[in-house]
Design a protein around this ligand. Structure first.
Ligand code: F6P
Length: 531
């Protein structure tokens, strides 16, 4: 690590030590303008950092850290299509997928935008073809980034489903997942979308083969006919899709410069588009684009993704918090924590830096969460009174988009939801002392220490545009953290060993003489498992 960077990290440690004796309540008490200073409003989001354990001196050091680690230059290199995914020799251009209509983005001297635009037009045409040919359900078969983004967004935007096509998502190789998905479906009105960047992922290919057999049986066709008439592919391995029998006209490309967990704006979003329609999909991209622009243009200390990333650095590296909860007070964002888990933990769960040296600071915390208010009745006890401090991201909206209920019920329930969000953020930050004057006082049992940090992200309503903004906000915050830690946020070598061993174990199950190098515990488990 360069000496200049080391010095800023040391300054950050000093800031954390100083702030360890200052409470969030003290920070509010000593700065009457704290809320105004700590709320920023990029596009349609309101991001409130006021309940974080930072003040202007700590913020200055965090910004200095971003400068010392060249976050802005690394960001510009990403947007310019430089091969910043160094271990795979690839550009990282999810931002090109939502760039403006007149943009030009070169990879190896070739403008990728005509292909991006043509693919999106093809997606829209295929959605139209599906609706006019009576398709009522698409089953998206994919996993990781080929599932979590579109599944999360389809749930989030359910009130914007305009096409009459229901999108369902199957990911787990557990046959129970596919079986539950197909159980009430009619093959005559169902299409399959096999979403896999590589088209080799074990889970996806196994589910695709089983689903094709179900489709063929339901249609009274042989498998080849079923595939050629009713199966779509999204992949960068178009040869493998063709070998599977999927027609070229139903194969949508993606490119190796789109990482799986950053791929929602690519054709990986096809199943989502099938449900919400091309116009809503475009509105989501426009929402992403507005945050992309903010990320590029806003100064570092007024830049929402930069600040979200830096606050995370303070909590992880300054205060040593190894976990962060993400609690959307919007049931439609139920899958958002799972989506963020891949985005952040697969991107930044790294122990080697960009040069292959061991990192000197901790990298990604564990990210987890459930929607509020449900979480309040499950794990919030630990958030308020447990021995670990777990920073929280609260996400909420002013208005509900829920449909099908009496509107006054929607409004009054939504108000309760929002009141709970605001109350939880306050309770975590400010706590409450043990009630000593109460005859039923239980001393420490009833004390709330407070001083537990959170960020609150609000929007008017969860729409295609605000969802796009939220996604881009977190994508770029993840990038910022990777840049500060000096790691490659765009590879995922850590998933490879398990994949390879699963192949060895499968072979050993089939033939105990195979894979003799498996460890004794695994061999014993296989011996128990075999009939
Ligand atoms: O688990 C690793 C991973 O490669 C993810 O990064 C990716 O999103 C997922 O598997 C699915 O990959 P594919 O789209 O190639 O099937």
């Amino acid at each position: 690590m360069e000496e200049s960077v080391r010095r800023v990290w040391a300054a950050l440690d000093r800031e954390a030590a100083r702030l360890s004796t200052v409470t969030i309540a003290d920070l509010f008490a000593t700065d009457p303008d704290r809320v105004a200073r700590c709320v920023i409003e990029p596009a349609d989001l309101r991001v409130d950092f006021s309940r974080q354990r930072i003040d202007s001196a700590a913020l200055a050091v965090l910004v200095a850290l971003a400068e010392a680690t060249e976050v802005a230059a690394k960001r510009d290199a990403m947007f310019a299509g430089e091969p910043i995914n160094s271990t795979e020799g690839r550009a990282v251009l999810h931002t090109a997928l939502r760039a403006s209509a007149d943009a030009r983005v070169d990879v190896d001297g070739v403008d990728v935008m005509p292909a991006v635009r043509a693919t999106r037009e093809r997606m829209a045409r295929l959605v139209h073809e599906m609706t006019s040919s009576g398709i009522r359900t698409v089953v998206n078969i994919g996993i990781g980034g080929s599932d979590l983004g579109p599944a999360m967004a389809a749930g989030a935007l359910a009130p914007f489903a305009t096409t009459g096509i229901d999108a369902r998502f199957v990911s787990n190789v557990d046959p129970a997942d596919l079986a539950a998905c197909l159980t009430d479906l009619d093959a005559r009105t169902t299409a399959l979308v096999v979403s896999s960047k590589t088209f080799t992922t074990q889970e996806t290919m196994a589910n695709a083969r089983s689903a094709v057999r179900w489709l063929a049986a339901g249609l009274g066709l042989d498998e080849e006919e079923a595939v050629s008439s009713r199966v779509y592919a999204v992949t960068s391995n178009t040869g493998a899709a063709a070998a599977f029998g999927i027609a070229e006209a139903r194969t949508l490309p993606m490119w190796d410069w789109v990482g799986g967990r950053f791929s929602l704006a690519s054709a990986i979003g096809f199943s989502l588009m099938c449900a919400i329609g091309p116009d809503n999909f475009e509105a989501m991209l426009a929402g992403m684009r507005v945050i992309d622009r903010h990320f590029v243009e806003a100064p570092l200390d007024k830049n929402a993704p930069v600040l979200l990333g830096l606050v995370g650095i303070m909590n992880r590296n300054g205060f040593g918090h190894g976990s962060r909860a993400v609690i959307p007070y919007l049931q439609q964002l139920a899958r958002f924590p799972a989506y963020l888990q891949q985005l952040e933990m697969e991107s930044n769960g790294k122990r080697a830096d960009i040069d292959g040296e061991a990192v000197v600071r901790h990298t990604s915390p564990v990210v987890w969460g459930e929607p509020g208010t449900n979480g309040q009745h499950a794990f919030f006890q630990l958030l308020h009174q447990g021995t670990d401090v777990i920073p929280v991201d609260f996400i909420g909206a002013r208005r509900s988009t829920a449909t099908g209920l009496d509107t006054s019920d929607v409004d009054s329930q939504h108000e309760k939801l929002v009141a709970n969000l605001f109350a939880q953020a306050a309770a975590l930050a400010f706590g409450a002392p043990a009630a000593t004057d109460n005859p039923h006082a239980l001393g420490e049992h009833r004390a709330f220490p407070g001083n537990r940090p959170s960020t609150t992200i609000l929007m008017d309503a969860l729409t295609p545009s605000t969802l796009g903004q939220l996604i881009a906000l977190y994508e770029h915050a993840t990038f910022v953290q990777g840049a500060v830690w000096g790691i490659n946020s765009f590879d995922q070598w850590g998933v490879e060993l398990g994949k390879a061993l699963a192949g060895d174990v499968l072979a050993h199950i089939a033939d105990p003489a195979a894979s003799p190098n498996l460890d004794p515990a695994t061999r014993a488990a296989v011996a128990w498992y075999r009939p």
